[in-house]
Write a protein that binds this ligand. Structure first.
Ligand code: ZN
Length: 441
């Protein structure tokens, strides 16, 4: 039994001082000063209770962790130019060990930025060994990871349909539900314009048979919408709907350029949209209509996207950017208030994953949680603890990270590896990779 005290617990419907009891991989009880007058949070077992806030572990619903070795390449480039001339070349040159180290670095950064779960949308043309390296790394480190196996059967780096399906069979059999359910597999068609109708249908059907979901980058830029319209005569969401692939088990990543009619389809089908504010701003892609989607009842999870198009994996920052972007585009100062934006990064993320045991601090939930040390010059004194999390805190204020009941970070130290040695090794490897790929920033 482990006990965690905090000056504030961010519970599903209120915030209160209290204590969380953890047994094995689950939260066994939540005691607040209100429900249990005997509880005295001042007797913290963790840190200064005057400034500790505990939240459900944040869910980073979209990233490409291998891109930690590609930081800094996004500057001043449009999406398609950036992909063709930099990212695809570097990805193609990555060895298994490059992938292992780059992803490990990304996972450590994710934990430090408050994420306990990441959806890693991943494909390297090379081989199963690359994918397995990512999965093994997550298994050993202790983070919760969905590997959305990316694929395309059209255009550059296309794979043969049979090879894609065979790899999915292998991944579902070997990895789906591994490590006490901490590791799962998802279907990850890259974009509508690089995937055939037949393979979209077949992979979605296969995912459904395994209780897995599907993720796809859709309508990230205006140009991309045009590519699908040219191909199919329909806008991307309309085309997907006609194929029968949309449902609550479908994540539409980005959804920047969805029309009103497409929004209506998303709401009717229960599709989850994954909003990646930093990447959309850096690549000048546009602004997803988040407040309209939420008003229409659509699940909106948050993602950082890859380190190459965000340059960071900080989910605290992602929450803040989502709030800012919603405000400045709607001209409504009440758009996406702190409680709602925290819900997107927790409860909405859990709903998108189809996992009701995540995203909440309540008895029976998975013991995936974080604490932030709010005793800092950029935060104190605190008027409202939820505002402090969204508007004042940074990833570097994340103090403790617990995943599946295991403490991976405490006192701002990662407990499960030698972080200094990892940084040294990654610096070396990334420099070699850029030389091999013949790419310069
Ligand atoms: Zn992406």
């Amino acid at each position: 039994m482990r006990t965690l005290d905090a000056s504030w617990l961010v519970l599903p419907d209120h915030v209160a001082p209290g204590r969380i009891l953890i047994q094995g991989d689950r939260i066994s009880a939540v005691e607040t000063a209100v429900s249990e007058p005997g509880i005295r949070p001042a007797q913290s077992t963790i840190h200064n209770p005057q400034s500790t806030i505990a939240l459900p572990g944040l869910i980073n619903a979209h990233t490409h962790l291998e891109q930690t070795f590609m930081r800094g390449y996004s500057a001043n480039r449009a999406l398609l130019d950036w992909l063709k001339h930099y990212i695809w070349k570097l990805q193609a040159a990555m060895t298994v060990e490059d992938v292992r180290l780059a992803c490990l670095l990304g996972m450590v950064e994710a934990l430090r930025g408050g994420a306990t779960t990441v959806i890693q949308h991943f494909k390297l043309a090379s081989a199963p060994a690359h994918t397995d390296a990512v999965l093994q790394t997550a298994e050993q480190l202790g983070i919760r990871l969905v590997l959305a196996r990316a694929w395309n059967d059209r255009g550059a780096n296309a794979e043969a349909p049979d090879a894609i399906l065979a790899d999915f069979d292998r991944l579902y059999a070997e990895w789906h539900g591994a490590a006490n359910g901490r590791i799962t597999i998802a279907n990850g068609p890259i974009t509508p314009w690089r995937c055939s109708a037949d393979m979209l249908r077949r992979t979605v059907e296969l995912a459904r048979r395994h209780g897995a979901f599907t993720v796809c980058h859709v309508s990230e830029t205006r140009d991309e919408v045009g590519l699908t319209v040219e191909d199919t005569g329909r806008r991307p969401v309309e085309w997907f709907d006609a194929l029968g692939v949309l449902g609550p088990d479908f994540h539409l990543i980005h959804g920047v350029w969805v029309s009103e009619a497409e929004r209506d389809i998303l709401a009717r089908r229960g599709v989850a949209v994954v909003h990646c504010p930093a990447a959309n701003m850096i690549l000048a892609s546009g602004v997803a209509p988040v407040t309209a989607l939420l008003r229409e009842g659509v699940t909106v999870a948050l993602g950082t996207d890859g380190p190459a198009s965000n340059d960071g994996q900080d989910m605290i920052e992602t929450m803040r950017l989502a709030a800012y972007l919603a405000r400045v585009t709607t001209l409504d100062p009440q758009a996406l208030p702190p409680r709602q934006v925290i819900d997107l990064a927790t409860a909405h993320g859990a709903r998108a994953l189809g996992n009701s045991a995540l995203g909440r601090l309540s008895p029976g939930a998975k013991a995936d949680l974080i604490t932030l040390d709010l005793n800092a010059a950029h935060i104190q004194p605190i008027g409202d603890p939820l505002s402090a999390v969204v508007y004042n805190a940074r990833g570097s204020d994340v103090d403790t990270v617990i995943v599946d009941g295991r403490v991976l970070m405490a006192g701002k130290q990662v407990l499960v590896l030698d972080e200094v040695a990892l940084l040294d090794e990654c610096r070396d490897r990334a420099a070699h990779l850029a030389r091999r790929a013949g790419v310069e920033i």
